[in-house]
Ligand binder design. Structure first.
Ligand code: GLA
Length: 395
């Protein structure tokens, strides 16, 4: 963390002056509950020890000045304004999108500087974009005394992605990054936005992410299509009961009753979401019983649903899951996040971790000719300020 912090401080000083406020904003994993958030269902994410550090300060010249340490182009600036338009730079859109969202909800900001960089792999499904958005909402709230609650920041960050960036994502990623707690997973009810914490710290087990290395452009368009398909399913089932407003209101039995009235594809999408919600609840019950075998089993079932019914997996993700199916050291594995590439998440025995990695690598290499990347991640706290006395003294 220290070199990481020193790097951000020196990058900040290259462009800006003064003592910045420094925010640490983490990526996230999701243990189970995929594509359920925008259906008002349940998810079980956690923040991780991979993060973006962001250094913020005010300026008096009415400009928003941004410096990315890791991405090109590495600088963008625009005047503070009443309305904002797309910047033409992906990373800048996430930041300006949040400023735009704050403005729309009556929280005006003045000129500010921001330098940021981190170690969340981009596009791997660990939500580097949500970490950036949440970090901006958190940082600006502190810098300008906006007094936003964590949930207000979460919503501003999500709306920035929906309205400014143009991805109709649900609330899970921004929520997890901002609300995460060390060694706890968060069971979020995406309808009421109430959540419960479950301890997730085991002497024997760790979380291993296996990265396919695949980044597919169609992930965004297919994501929006899945959302649309779920809405189509709801509009059919609603005919029986106008009080139904999302798949959260629909039982497995109800959807089965409508099987003849909807396209098979729509039927399978709906069935998956309803079953996945139940799996989250069952997985949490397994955690309460300390039954990690049952928890891992739900992870595999989740993957099968995502592959067969929701159809958001891909050959590479399937191969990484398949590679673990005969390994005793892996209790559960599944694709994580939106799909079509990125990572699988695996619940793995620590004692045999090296051998597990070796076996997965060999299987993947044999079938694809490529080597996957591996990340062991720890569950860590959500977005927070970093005390920065040493730096202050130096200035
Ligand atoms: C992406 C979205 C989330 C969620 C997942 C799928 O990560 O940003 O809101 O829908 O996909 O569970």
């Amino acid at each position: 963390m220290n070199t990481f912090l020193t790097n951000i401080q020196s990058s900040y000083s290259r462009y800006f002056s003064g003592n910045p406020l420094i925010v640490c904003s983490p990526g996230r994993v999701n243990l189970i509950g995929e594509h359920t958030d925008y259906n008002e269902g349940f998810v079980l994410p956690a923040a991780i020890d991979k993060a973006i550090l962001m250094a913020f300060s005010k300026n008096k010249d009415g400009m928003i000045r941004l410096h990315s340490v890791d991405m090109q182009p590495d600088y963008f600036e625009t005047p503070v304004s009443k309305t904002y338009t797309k910047t033409g730079i992906d990373w800048a859109d996430y930041i300006i999108g949040v400023v735009d969202q704050l403005q729309k909800t009556g929280r005006e900001t003045e000129g500010f500087n921001c330098a940021f960089g981190g170690n969340i792999p981009i596009g791997a499904g660990m939500s580097s974009s949500a970490a950036l958005e949440g970090g901006v909402a958190f940082g600006l709230s502190h810098l300008f005394g906006l007094d936003l609650t964590l949930m207000e920041m979460t919503k501003a960050a999500m709306m920035a992605e929906n309205e400014f960036v143009g991805v109709r994502c649900g609330i899970m990623d921004q929520f997890a990054s901002l609300h995460g707690q060390k060694d706890k997973v968060l069971k979020l009810d995406c309808r009421s936005l109430e959540y419960e914490l479950y301890p997730f710290e085991w002497d024997q087990m760790c979380l291993l992410l296996c990265d396919t290395g695949i980044r597919r452009a169609l992930a965004v368009s297919e994501y929006n299509i899945r959302r649309q398909q779920c809405e189509t399913g709801v509009s059919v089932i609603r005919k029986s009961d106008p009080a139904i407003s999302s798949l959260r209101d629909v039982s497995l039995e109800q959807v089965k009753n409508f099987r003849e009235e909807m396209d098979d594809l729509i039927y399978r999408r709906c069935r998956y979401v309803i079953e996945e919600n139940k799996r989250v609840t069952d997985a949490c019950a397994a955690l309460t019983r300390n039954d990690l075998n049952a928890f891992g089993h739900k992870m595999y079932q989740s993957h099968h649903g995502l592959r067969n019914d929701y159809e958001v997996s891909c050959r590479e993700l399937d191969l990484l899951v398949e590679a673990t199916e005969q390994l005793e050291s892996v209790l559960g594995a599944r694709m994580m996040g939106g799909g079509f590439g990125g990572c699988t998440i695996n619940l793995v025995n620590k004692d045999t971790l090296d051998d597990t990695i070796k076996q997965i690598r060999e299987h993947y290499l044999k079938k694809t000719g490529k080597k996957p990347e591996f990340y062991v991640v720890n569950i860590d706290k959500g977005t927070h300020l970093i005390k920065n006395q040493a730096f202050k003294n130096r200035k």
